[in-house]
Design a protein around this ligand. Structure first.
Ligand code: GLU
Length: 384
């Protein structure tokens, strides 16, 4: 029997669907997958070459648990230059982004502590909070407001037990890019109440309208924030599992203690490749973002032809989160789309109770797959 802690949390909704899709494909079913938030591009050549070279040079051993110095410096330099985060390499721990979230939860949440997060939010925040013994407190956001998290609602949700606020901008699953002013207000609230912010900025390079603002860039806020990010989405490096946490030195020390007792360090030759990703040409990244922008336009056009679907234009990331009016639970709709249309989407409720009545479509897929998959969705929906 597994621990009570584990028993209480569901399996990851995104990963469960992706595993099911892999299984169906291996059985010969022609599935179009819009389930996983994973770019279909291959990792740019310069990064692959840097990895191969470091392997050939025998760079195959443990590294310092914090990460190699040149990578920590590259990460800090980029965060400072692009997002105004006042950090240097002593503020960086190299670890996969999901691991950074997990470590943060374990390091800062005690049993009974409350953690505020937007509803809907990415699936694994709630799981990490619960695994640490914490209590997720969802603050509803509204389709009509473009899913922007309202600072007044955040403040209202604060109790003496509140330990942390989780932010994710641009957002998975909604594509919302939090406006500067709302973030500034949330920063003021967090500071006034002495509450830590976990800011997941993994989609920070994938912004089509507006600007990405890091809450850690506001005066006095870096001291209160743990920023997590990584290479998966912006450099098409999901399988490399390389990310980081940027935080005040004491927090880095705390996270590093957990890192040294868990994965020891990030993969050595992947860290070398990551230095090239961050300090080498940024042209492939720019091209991929432009391609995502084009696909966003395509998916929005095709969506407008599906009866009963309504959708905000996402400003960032690579997801659309349409509302549908068929009156069936989102899990049921996702099942029906997969069973009858062989097209995989993620049910809205995988992202919290506020996701009911929505599905998430990841458009990090080829144009051909987008056309085919959207046609299948239209055909199944039209028959319901
Ligand atoms: N973050 C991606 C998604 O939401 C990958 C899967 C996961 O980490 O949950 O689809």
């Amino acid at each position: 029997m597994v621990s009570k802690r584990l028993m209480e949390i569901p399996a990851s909704g995104t990963i469960a669907i992706s595993n099911l899709v892999s299984q169906m494909k291996s059985e010969g079913v022609d599935v179009v997958s819009f389930s996983m938030g994973e770019p279909d591009f291959v990792t740019p050549d310069n990064i692959v070459e840097a990895c191969c070279a470091s392997l050939r040079e025998g760079y195959t051993h443990y590294t310092p648990s914090l990460g190699i110095p040149e990578l920590r410096k590259a990460i800090a330099d980029q965060a400072r230059a692009e997002h105004g985060i006042p950090c240097d390499q002593s503020n960086v721990l190299v670890t996969p982004c999901k691991q950074a979230i997990f470590l943060t939860a374990l390091a800062y949440i005690d049993p009974g502590d409350e953690v505020i997060l937007s509803d809907p939010s990415w699936v694994s925040y709630e799981a990490c909070i619960r695994l640490a013994g914490g209590v997720p407190v969802y603050v509803p956001t509204r389709f009509e407001d473009g899913f922007v998290l309202d600072p007044a609602a955040v403040e209202e949700a604060i109790t003496p037990r509140t330990r942390m606020i989780v932010l994710n901008t641009p957002s998975n699953p909604t594509g919302c890019v939090m406006p500067r002013d709302s973030l500034r207000q949330i920063a003021d609230i967090a500071k006034a109440h002495g509450i830590k912010v976990l800011s997941d900025e993994i989609y920070s390079s994938i912004v089509y309208e507006g600007e990405h603002v890091s809450i850690a860039s506001f005066p006095g806020m870096f001291e209160n924030t743990i920023v997590v990010s990584g290479l998966s989405k912006s450099y098409a490096m999901t399988g490399w599992r390389l990310g980081w946490a940027i935080a005040p030195a004491d927090d880095v020390k705390a996270l590093n203690k957990l890192q040294s007792h868990s994965i020891s360090c990030a993969v050595s030759f992947v860290q070398k490749a990551a230095v090239e990703a961050i300090t080498g040409t940024q042209e492939p990244k720019r091209r991929m973002v432009e391609e995502f922008r084009r696909r966003r336009g395509l998916v929005m056009d095709l969506m407008s032809e599906i009866p009963g679907f309504e959708c905000n234009v996402p400003q960032g990331a690579f997801y659309v989160f349409p509302k549908y009016n068929r009156g069936i639970p989102s899990v049921k709709l996702a099942e029906t789309l997969l069973r009858e249309g062989h097209v995989a989407v993620t049910p809205g409720t995988a992202f919290g109770p506020g996701g009911e009545g929505f599905i998430r479509i990841s458009y990090a897929a080829s144009e051909e797959q987008i056309r085919e998959g959207m046609a299948r969705i239209k055909s199944v929906i039209s028959g319901l």
